[in-house]
Ligand binder design. Structure first.
Ligand SMILES: [Fe+2]
Ligand SMILES: [Fe+2]
Length: 169
């Protein structure tokens, strides 16, 4: 699809709104991760959540930086999808007694959020490219790579933790 000045304007608005929604998403993740660190039993999982909390602070700072460069209105727009995913995870955890099964629930919930982040950041990176913000696309790409590494690490931990959850059944 070719973009012209008229629809570029509305794409720019969409881009900014997506950045503001991602900011809300990262803020909600920042609030949720300390609870997940507390609930995790597996030490490697705890450590992975801990380091992703640091990365999430960086993701927030990057979005704030991009909004500062691009937008007059920079307040976050509540990300309902992230909110819903966190609520579902909390409900499922309430129903889960066994520790290793709880770790499995934590990993599954975290990966759901990561996949959503990777997909959404991918879309926004594309918007940045179309709008001619190559530098912004590059910064968004750094975040996508970090989300991807965390997702991969969770898969590795899941491979180790899942069989022990099965034994609890
Ligand atoms: Fe993130
Ligand atoms: Fe993330």
């Amino acid at each position: 699809m070719k973009f012209h000045s008229s629809n570029l304007d509305s794409l720019r608005t969409l881009y900014i709104n997506q950045l503001r929604t991602l900011l809300s998403s990262e803020q909600q993740i920042t609030e949720a991760l300390p609870k997940m660190i507390e609930k995790a039993t597996d030490p490697q999982l705890k450590q992975a959540f801990q380091s992703h909390l640091q990365e999430t602070h960086t993701h927030e700072a990057r979005l704030e930086h991009l909004l500062q460069q691009t937008a007059a209105e920079r307040k976050p727009i509540k990300c309902k999808v992230t909110g819903a995913m966190i609520n579902v995870a909390e409900d499922t955890l309430k129903d889960t007694g066994d520790e290793s099964v709880r770790d499995v629930v934590l990993i599954a919930s975290a990966q759901q959020v990561e996949h959503f982040e990777i997909a959404t950041y991918g879309t926004v990176r594309r918007f940045a490219q179309i709008l001619g913000h190559a530098d912004q696309a590059q910064l968004l790409d750094l975040t996508i790579k970090e989300e991807g590494h965390f997702d991969q690490l969770l898969t590795e931990i899941a491979d180790r933790v899942n069989p022990s959850a099965q034994k609890a059944a």
